[in-house]
Design a protein around this ligand. Structure first.
Ligand code: HEC
Length: 122
């Protein structure tokens, strides 16, 4: 008796959990390339900046999706050349009141996304 009751409780828990997670995974963002920096981005940026860390990329991502969207929408990282981004970062960092440490993290983050994409394309 106790065992079958437990089985029913366990099964209901599994069903409830499964329904909950299927709702979450149906958000319509699948087509956009991920902007979250990971191992591929860290490996790619280390070719250019051997001292780059995962923490810097995470900080850059937070700035890019935070302070950098205060005045306008999120700009497309992949539509701009590296040289053009260096120019924009110089231009925009004072607008976003970034410290030199934050600007460095943002630069590494943006270039890491582009570098990892270039590696993917090969
Ligand atoms: C104080 C407001 C402000 C902040 C903060 C700001 N921007 Fe801008 N940004 C502008 C304005 C104004 C323009 C010129 C108009 C436009 O293109 O939207 C611009 C233009 C740009 C452009 C070129 C426009 C294009 O589409 O060709 C890029 C790229 C850009 N910003 C990136 C950034 C990044 C990265 C950050 C974070 C460091 C940032 N912005 C923070 C105001 C801001």
């Amino acid at each position: 008796m106790t065992i079958s009751k437990l089985t029913i409780i366990a099964l209901s828990a599994i069903i409830i959990t499964a329904c909950g997670s299927s709702k979450k995974s149906s958000t319509p963002t699948a087509a956009a390339p991920s902007l979250v920096p990971g191992d591929a981005q860290l490996t790619a940026i280390k070719a250019k900046f051997p001292d780059a860390t995962a923490e810097q990329l995470k900080e850059g991502y937070a700035i890019y999706t935070g302070a950098c969207t205060n005045c306008h929408g999120q700009k497309n990282i992949f539509k701009r050349s590296e040289a053009s981004w260096m120019h924009e970062i110089d231009d925009m960092s004072p607008k976003a009141n970034l410290t030199s440490v934050q600007k460095d993290a943002l630069t590494k983050y943006i270039l890491s996304m582009k570098a990892a994409q270039a590696t993917d394309a090969k």
